[in-house]
Design a protein around this ligand. Structure first.
Ligand SMILES: *Cc1c(COP(=O)(O)O)cnc(C)c1O
Length: 260
């Protein structure tokens, strides 16, 4: 049966001939898995926010997701986020930038992003604060920590976290919400869990220095249930909702030794 002509080729590749139904099924399945993981560890499903991640997903698919009730999207790369935001500018979408940011891109981020998950240096904090001040606005931020010790991962080393947080009051436009991490890419769930557990322990320490650092942004398609068991309050899920990415993850994690 030929697919109906208004479907985007990329949509068919990701979702098959009935994208609306497949998308709805993916979304429901992820929501159910979140609820089940919460139930297993005695948490309420309302404690965990699902942040849908749309890197490599074309704007037309985001439009359909919006029609299905999703109004916030996480993007790894600023340029890609800007392009989609320009296409969807008339919709009240909340954009989260979740990937490493170069200081020369900060001026673009402050124009539209509601949230930033990859704060990882004083230099970046300083530039964000300066540009936000010029725009007359604040920004919710998560401090990224490298919990796996891999050279390929961005984020502060765990030992640098508390000194960094002690300086956050120098940047009044930044509203710290919590910590963020990417676990090790490994089939050994014990090692993955160890990364999430470390982030939670660091959060428990950080919160004594800065009482607003309550959130834990951790868990992706392959590991969000483990993250929830370890205390995640935000899970960033892309492929389990939007289908497998056509590009390799080396584009997003240039030094990644494992594609997934
Ligand atoms: C892509 C990405 C995710 C989501 O990964 P999936 O495998 O698509 O669920 C989460 N966090 C960051 C920082 C990402 O770049």
């Amino acid at each position: 049966m030929p697919a109906s002509p208004d479907l985007l080729p990329d949509e068919i590749a990701r979702f098959g001939a009935d994208p609306a139904a497949a998308f709805a099924a993916n979304l429901t399945s992820v929501q159910e898995r979140i609820a089940a993981a919460c139930h297993r560890c005695g948490r309420s499903a309302g404690e965990v926010r699902l942040l849908p991640v749309t890197k490599t997903v074309p704007a037309g698919v985001l439009l359909r997701a919006y029609a299905a009730g999703i109004s916030e999207f996480g993007e790894n790369k600023l340029q890609e986020a800007r392009d989609k935001r320009d296409i969807l500018a008339d919709l009240p979408i909340r954009w989260s930038i979740i990937g490493h940011l170069q200081t020369n891109k900060v001026k673009y981020l402050v124009r539209f992003a509601a949230e930033f998950h990859a704060l990882d240096s004083p230099r970046l904090a300083d530039e964000l604060n300066r540009r936000l001040d010029a725009e007359g606005r604040d920004l919710d931020v998560f401090v990224q920590v490298n919990t796996s010790g891999e050279a390929s991962k961005y984020g502060l080393a765990p030992c640098d976290l508390v000194p960094f947080i002690e300086r956050l009051s120098d940047y009044p436009r930044l509203k710290p919400r919590g910590l963020m991490t990417l676990a090790i890419f490994s089939a050994e769930t014990g090692r993955v869990r160890g990364c999430f557990r470390l982030l939670r322990e660091l959060r428990d320490r950080a919160i004594r220095v800065h009482p607003d650092l309550t959130e834990l942004s951790m868990g992706m398609s392959g590991d969000f249930e483990i993250a929830i068991e370890e205390g995640a309050t935000v899970v960033r899920v892309g492929q389990a909702i939007f289908g497998a990415r056509p590009t390799t993850d080396r584009f997003y994690w240039p030094h990644a030794s494992v594609d997934r």
